[in-house]
Design a protein around this ligand. Structure first.
Ligand code: NAP
Ligand code: MG
Length: 406
């Protein structure tokens, strides 16, 4: 079999624990036999991050900026326990946070649907993709507990030193609490562009929701920025692609999402996205079947699984016990990245390979072969639970057959 040739390297970011184990097996069984993989490899495993004072993460993000497409393995975000476990010099920041800040990107999460696993909302026959604005609002807030008798004001000082004051509340009768939040026009604009670009990329309608009727300055500014950018930069391209942009109030959006069949992107403000992405992921069945892609406003893509490093399974693996860890979201991170690389470089064989890799994965599960997490959920009668490695092998043989049949 002749291997598919690549032009531009894919930025490959390795990671930690069980997903690192999956990473090397996946490459060996599903990628390297078929693709003459050209990748620039960055080891974001915690040991290497510690050794390089986290420079490796910055280098990986910059390489992604240079080449345009990356695939990332799940990584440990250190906490106190990890400081001891890995004897860290510092509690290094989340690699995802660092990469997101450098690429100024928005994260889009979509579930992978398979027969036998019915969403809790059975009318959701197509995926719902959540785009979460990852800057500001309550996540960068300032809060104060206020004593009875105090008066709280908002005060803004402009460049000339002029002050503008607004009363928040006069706490005459009771103690209370106040909160200051902010956002940036530049960040909201980047979010809007990333959303519209991704909608065009995926040929999906996009919804955006906020509470502009109540929040007439704050949320209304989000609504206005989305509309201005849509009208001036995207309207024609959306018409050509046959997709729509739809704005509605957040509560109306929730009601419509529940009644929908799926098949669209739902752009959410930071807090709404935090809450709704967990609701949507759970309703679709399994975190292990959720893909994630970071898209920058200038069209740079970083693909990964939405789940973590599956630590509990890794400790079993270290003890020599058999694991049954789901590799589907990691496989789809690879297929997503290779497809995008194929599209950007005009390599049809690579795009087709990505499609076949996804088909082989879904066919394997729909034929009854699955890992333990799906085995618990699946309604298929002939279902059988297999190990981490046996699942990858089963996908590998289907993939080889699909490729030879063409
Ligand atoms: P996790 O790795 O997502 O796993 C939580 C639990 O969900 C697992 O114990 C497992 O349940 C189930 N699960 C998740 N993915 C699975 C898969 N592929 N196959 C089968 N079951 C799966 O979250 P965590 O244990 O809270 O975090 C572990 C590490 O991951 C942490 O150090 C965290 O910082 C990191 N993390 C990284 C990312 C990222 O890089 N994007 C995201 C989240 C967390 P059972 O144990 O019941 O089988
Ligand atoms: Mg959350």
């Amino acid at each position: 079999m002749t291997k598919i040739l690549m032009k531009t390297p894919l930025v490959e970011m390795d990671g930690d624990e069980m997903t690192r184990v999956i990473w090397s097996m996946l490459k060996e069984k599903l990628i390297l036999p078929f693709v003459d993989l050209k990748s620039e490899y960055y080891d974001l495993g915690l040991e290497k991050r510690n050794e390089t004072n986290d420079q490796i993460t910055v280098d990986a993000a910059n390489a992604t900026k240079k080449y345009g497409v990356a695939v990332k393995c799940a990584t440990i975000t250190p906490n106190a326990a990890r400081m001891d476990e890995y004897q860290l010099k510092e509690m290094w920041k989340s690699p995802n946070g660092t990469i997101r800040a450098i690429l100024d990107g928005t994260v889009f999460r979509s579930p992978i649907l398979v027969k036998g696993i019915t969403p809790y909302i059975p009318t959701w026959t197509k995926p719902i993709c959540i785009a979460r604005h990852a800057y500001g609002d309550v996540y960068k807030n300032v809060e104060i507990k206020v004593k009875k008798g105090s008066k709280a004001e908002l005060c803004v000082t402009d460049t000339d030193g002029n002050e503008r004051r607004e009363l928040i509340f006069d706490f005459q009768k009771s103690d209370g609490i106040i909160q200051g939040v902010h956002n940036l026009r530049s960040s909201i604009s980047s979010f809007a562009r990333a959303c519209f670009n991704y909608a065009l990329d995926q040929k999906l309608d996009i919804w955006f929701s906020s509470k502009d009727t109540i929040s007439k300055q704050y949320d209304h500014t989000f609504k206005d920025i989305f509309q201005e950018i849509f009208d001036s930069e995207y309207k024609t391209r959306f018409e050509e692609a046959g997709i729509t942009y739809f704005y509605t109030l957040i509560d109306d959006a929730v009601a419509r999402v529940i009644r929908s069949n799926g098949g669209f992107i739902w752009a959410c403000k930071n807090y709404d996205g935090d809450v709704m992405s967990d609701m949507v992921a759970t309703a679709f069945g399994s975190l292990a079947m959720m893909t994630s892609v970071l898209v920058s406003p200038d069209g740079i893509y970083e693909y990964e699984a939405a789940h973590g490093t599956v630590q509990r399974h890794y400790y079993k693996h270290l003890k020599g016990e058999q694991t049954s860890t789901n590799s589907v979201a990691t496989i789809f991170a690879w297929s997503g990245a290779l497809r995008k690389r194929g599209e950007l470089d005009g390599i049809d064989a690579l795009t087709t390979f990505a499609d076949l890799l996804e088909k082989a994965t879904i066919d394997t599960i729909e034929s009854g072969i699955m890992t333990g997490d799906l085995y618990l959920l699946s309604s298929l009668e002939n279902k059988q639970k297999v190990s981490t490695e046996a699942f990858l092998d089963a996908v590998g043989s289907r993939l080889a057959a699909l490729i030879t049949d063409r």
